[in-house]
Design a protein around this ligand. Structure first.
Ligand code: NAP
Length: 238
């Protein structure tokens, strides 16, 4: 049995990942901070185990690890997807918001990896996929903190791939472009149309586009791929 944990799996890209892995026969677990109708739909559709967890809280991440390993016994793949978006001019961003972005985008992946790596290393196998952003590659105006932490996640992924390769664990990074999820619900139709026109493939990204790429990176077909950045952005950033 192949097992996967998706952080932030209740909506958007994370929920699409749970659905894609489940369709491929994986036994899935996911976390998010809040239960609700979308989370319940993912459980109903996939049979996945839902564990409420804030990835920035060490005690909650350790409790998640204990629940999951007692249920699944081992973890084959970890998709570190949980994220939030807080945008605005640099000079207007509060320290609290800056810290919050750091907490979910960098500290969260660190805490999750720290919690699950001993179990993966002891089996000498595993795959980790981090979810960065095109803004981590090229920087986004009014997204300076988000861009910084997503860029940090790319560096962290590459370093971890080198550290964990000898232990048989692959670590890769997904870099979504503009994906049609709740995270972008703040944008009106004109902005969405502009994004579509700016995208060489002529459409917005779908959560499933990212889920298929994450599934590939965790599959046997990617067994010689580690430390890589896979952009899923329709050609918006090359
Ligand atoms: P989304 O639809 O807003 O979903 C975010 C998910 O993360 C939800 O399940 C949310 O559940 C969970 N989450 C947020 N903070 C969390 C925390 N502290 N602990 C645990 N779970 C948490 O976002 P999305 O668009 O699917 O984005 C997924 C990832 O892709 C994020 O890392 C995002 O930065 C990245 N990304 C998105 C886009 C895009 O265009 N959508 C582009 C590039 C990168 P709760 O709120 O209940 O915790």
């Amino acid at each position: 049995m192949r097992t996967v944990l998706v952080t932030g799996g209740s909506r958007g890209i994370g929920a699409a990942c749970v659905r894609a892995f489940a369709r491929d026969g994986w036994v899935c677990a996911f976390c998010a901070r809040h239960p609700g109708p979308e989370q319940e739909a993912v459980v109903r559709d996939t049979g996945a185990l839902f564990v409420p967890c804030d990835v920035g809280d060490p005690a909650q991440v350790e409790a998640l690890r204990d629940t999951l390993l007692s249920r699944f016994r081992h973890l084959d793949a970890l998709v570190l997807n949980a994220g939030i978006s807080l945008s605005g001019l640099c000079q207007d961003m509060s320290e609290a918001d800056f810290d919050l972005l750091y907490r979910v985008h960098l500290k969260g992946p660190f805490l999750c990896a720290k919690a699950f790596l001993p179990a993966m290393i002891s089996r000498k196998s595993g795959s980790i996929v981090t979810v960065s952003s095109m803004w981590g590659q090229v920087g986004g105006s009014c997204e300076s903190a988000y861009s910084a932490f997503k860029a940090g996640l790319i560096g962290w992924t590459k370093a971890l791939a080198k550290e964990l390769g000898p232990s048989g664990i692959r670590v890769n990074c997904l870099s979504p472009g503009f994906i049609d999820t709740d995270m972008n619900a703040c944008f009106g139709p004109e902005v969405l149309e502009q994004m579509r026109q700016d995208t060489p493939l002529g459409r917005l990204g779908r959560p499933e586009d990212c889920a298929d790429a994450a599934l590939f990176l965790c599959s046997e077909a990617a067994s010689f791929i580690t430390g890589q950045l896979l952009s899923v952005n329709g050609g918006l950033v090359t």
